[in-house]
Write a protein that binds this ligand. Structure first.
Ligand code: SF4
Ligand code: SF4
Length: 135
């Protein structure tokens, strides 16, 4: 029996959902690491982009959905442009965020950010963060 066939139904469903919503073939990734080498946010991530893809291949749902990395990603698409296999990593990460947002689970509460911090943030930071909130 293949590794894929031996996976439990919940794990298989999680992998299928990512591939379907992101429109990606996760097994195309051969872990070259070029996505993480170019990611401007990798140093702030507990799982850099190549590891997120590896975890997605393995269906490690709890680890992925609990990861800070999916919220650290700023959707700059550098990883997508660097991947020699055409894997669109940013879309995979967007799907992982959507799995939270579709059940109305915000990662952070803007109302809890101190006004002095908000005043210092560049407008683009706030605009880009909108896709990370449920409302
Ligand atoms: S889209 Fe996200 S994961 Fe990809 S390079 Fe930019 S910050 Fe990193
Ligand atoms: S660049 Fe592409 S093939 Fe290389 S590790 Fe990242 S997703 Fe995988």
């Amino acid at each position: 029996m293949s590794v894929l066939m031996s996976r439990d139904p919940v794990t298989r469903a999680f992998i299928d959902k990512i591939e379907s919503l992101a429109g990606q073939d996760l097994l195309a990734c051969y872990q070259c690491g070029k996505c993480s080498a170019g990611c401007p946010m990798a140093k702030h991530m507990n799982l850099p982009p190549n590891q997120m893809i590896r975890y997605a291949q393995l269906g490690l749902m709890d680890d992925l959905l609990a990861s800070e990395s999916i919220w650290m990603c700023v959707s700059c698409l550098t990883c997508n442009s660097r991947c020699p296999k055409g894997v669109r990593i940013a879309e995979v990460i967007e799907v992982l965020r959507q799995m939270h947002l579709r059940v109305r689970k915000d990662h952070m509460d803007v109302r809890r950010i101190a006004p002095e911090v908000l005043r210092e943030l560049p407008p683009i930071a706030l605009i880009a963060s909108m896709r990370k909130f449920t409302s």
